[in-house]
Design a protein around this ligand. Sequence first.
Ligand code: ATR
Length: 487
Amino acid sequence: MLAAVITELKDIPKAKGADLIELRLDYIKSLNNTKLKSLIENCKKPVIATNRKKDEGGFFNGSEAKRIEILKNAIKFGADYADIEYSSGKKSIRDLIYNKRKTKIIVSYHNFKETPANIKNICDNIKKLNPGLIKIVTNAHSVTDNFKIFDLIRKANKEKKKITAFCMGDYGKFSRILSIILGSQVTYASVSERKESASGQLTINEMVEHYRIKKINKNTKIVGLIGNPVEHSWSHIMHNAAFDKLNINAVYLKFQVDKLKEFIEYMENLDIIGFSVTIPHKVEVMKYLDGIDKQAKGISAVNTIVVKNGKLIGYNTDCPGAIKSLKRRTELKNKNAAVLGAGGAARAIIYGLIENKSNVTILNRTVEKAKLLADYFKCDYGSLDDIKKIDYDILINTTSAGMHPHIGSSPVTPDCIKNGAVVFDMVFNPFRTKLLVEAEKRNCKIIAGFEMLIHGALLQFKLWTGKEAPEQLMRQKVMEFLKNASH
Ligand code: ATR
């Protein structure tokens, strides 16, 4: 169930997409019984009455007795749930449970600092109080903190106890969705950005539109991006829209992962269909896989994992994604391609260019690195300045020069861009880099980094599901997202 957290009364109508409304009574000014009664009656959705203490992230100002009395009044006025903190003490909790009428009592534990080592004991102690719903929310400092919380959910499920549990913070964001698949009862969302009541909280719109929270259940299969950071990625927008369109019960999440080995080991036990992999894990992840496709081996990097008969197989769709973007605009055979940069992205595109019989020259700021890569691929190399000396048909930028926030820079000066060449910039933020703007002025055929990402995503979708990805829809969803994000 999705609960909208209401901290201002005027926001109640914005909770339309939610199943429940959590009324944060501690935020509401001049609350009296008449106001409380009419609030609960007029919410038009089941209500969780919460009157949060200061030490658990709340704003309640009065005495402890007054705080509990307000919860009791909420029960009297028919709140569907009343949330009392475990730290309120057994006496107050038992008293509230004794007076609960038809209201379900949530006994909650929040830790904004960490996921403490004794979290299992805390959960067991809450269980002993026999509440209608146990709620455990902690801060994650590592992806592994989420697993401690997921274990609580799994144990409570076995014992047939109702629990809501997830982690806060950037490392815990995905748990707000994944916990529901594991059997957690409620996930909380804000009505809009900047209205979050806790770190890592998503908006109702993100939960419903981007993550399809209403369609998630215990049979939902999991797929997602492994990286660090992952915040900037919009892969979830594309893939979740595609799952929706094709009626596939799966969800794409974004996993901020610091401990890769532990992450893979834990996730293997869940219902996973695969992963995307991004910086900084594309090389290290290869150690933890059961098999690696020939192309990914040749590139020495994996950006896609597919689960096949319980085994994790690594692929690289950066290379075919980039090649497909190029091939939509140009022939590759016998063409001279100048590749700027000698890192992982260069490696992926050069592999594909050579496979397609282009003549490659690698140009890099650090010439020794260009030489190393050129030795591996048996092609030419030089410094970035050497661009002036060579004759090329295709210019490809794989460096981060020109990437947000350095949008004024470019890997080469405009006079080095050959009239009429094909110019492909792998940088996708900004959408149109300085290099592409200058290339367009010189009648070049330009290809934005966005294209490579789209084509890579289409290939990944096919690998995971065996189905053709709905390209138009995925493009449209990303364009809409980017348009809204830029305002
Ligand atoms: P990726 O996996 O994205 O390719 P990488 O392996 O860190 O990332 O490689 C980054 C590449 O971009 C390198 O070739 C780097 O040049 P150096 O080898 O000289 O470091 C290049 N690069 C990064 N920033 C650059 C800039 N401002 N100008 C030119 N080249 C740049």
